[in-house]
Each structure stands twice: as structure tokens, then as C-alpha cells.
Design a protein around this ligand. Sequence first.
Ligand code: DX5
Ligand code: ZN
Length: 219
Amino acid sequence: MVRVSTSILTQEKEDAVKTFYDLEVAHTDMFHIDVMDGKFVEKNTIELMKDYATTLSHITNLGLDVHFMVENIEEFIDEYIDLNPEYISFHIETSKTKERTMEIINTIKENDIKVAIAINPDTSIEDIKEYIPYVHMVLVMTVVPGKGGQKLIPETLDKVSELKKFIEQENYDIDIEVDGGINAETVEQAKQAGANVLVAGSYVLNSSNLKEAISNLKK
Ligand code: DX5
Ligand code: ZN
């Protein structure tokens, strides 16, 4: 079964709460929260995403899927742990030592939150293999992180296939999430490659029928 995690990165503030309710009615499985610090990526969404995540934690029981695109996750992690999200993802490119990576993984797990490692299009599966036994999900970026509305980079799906093969071979029970450029056309290849958690931002939010858009991704 695949799940859809709707990215609310490009959602305007004025009608945010209405959209959140509409997305729940339209059967999104999770809300994807893109926390950007203006360093790891150019954009800074620290305040907006904190505001949206806090609001969501008050109005829905659906899971929050928090994607940290920040150099220093330690600055933000406690306030997000308090919101009890379903997943917290962090980028391997931001963690230079194995010790720090394991510390972050363990902090998240100790709080009964599922942990995911995220990788940029240029990062290989080889670079994260040693952590796979300790995480619940791998987030494969299918665009260069930084903004919504970009085109999926086809080569990133080869990494999804490679990861899927590795996971099956080793008998690990972990999710594979794809993030960036997922729409009615690209979703089929992403699923075939082995993704089972689909992040979709612009495709869902720009659609005139949220329910139809989300169901197009799931079928
Ligand atoms: C990109 C973000 C994505 C993005 C997805 O840096 O991590 O979550 O919002 O948006 P779409 O689906 O429009 O590519
Ligand atoms: Zn994201």
C-alpha cells in the first residue's frame, strides 16, 4: 500500500487551515513539513513551517512527516519532538561523522518517532548503507532540495530501485519515500522503482480537485 504525504511548502497563509481540512477530507495520509534554514538550502521556512506544524498538531490526528533541510538539526529538533510527528527526516549530507548521525537517529527513536535519512540526488545509496538497519525510512530526493514545483530527475529513481533491492536482500522492513516532482505521470515509475511513501506538493495543491489528485497518486 502506498501513502501520500502532501507537502504544504507552497501553501499561502490566508487559507492554510481550510486547505489542511480539505486535504484531510481528500485522504492525504500525512502532512509533509519542509523545514529549510536558508543555509542547507537557500530558502528559509523556519517560522512558517513551525506555525503550520503547530496548527496541524491541534487540528488533525494525521501524521506529520517532518523533512529537515537544515545544517544544524540540533537547533530545531526539540520543538518538533514536542509536536509528536510520525516521521522526522534529516539529510546525511549535513552529518559528517558516524557518531553524530547515530546520535540524531537515537534521539528521534527514543521519543517514539520514526526516523528517516534523506539523500540528495548526488548522494549514493552506498553512503547510507551502514545506517539502514537503524532507520524506519529512507527519503530519496527526486529533485534538488530547495523549492517545490521542479521536474523529477529520472536517474534518482535508479537509486530507489537499488535501495529497494538492497532492502529486500537484507530483509529490512523500511519505507522508501520519494520527494520532488511527483505527479500523475511520474508516480507510476516511482512506485515501480519501489517507493511506498509519496511526497507531493504542487501536483496536489494546484489541482482543482484534491481528492482526485490524491487518489490518482494512490491507484
Ligand atoms: C523540495 C521539498 C519538497 C517539495 C515537493 O525541497 O523537499 O517536499 O515541496 O514539492 P513538489 O511536489 O512540488 O515537487
Ligand atoms: Zn520535502
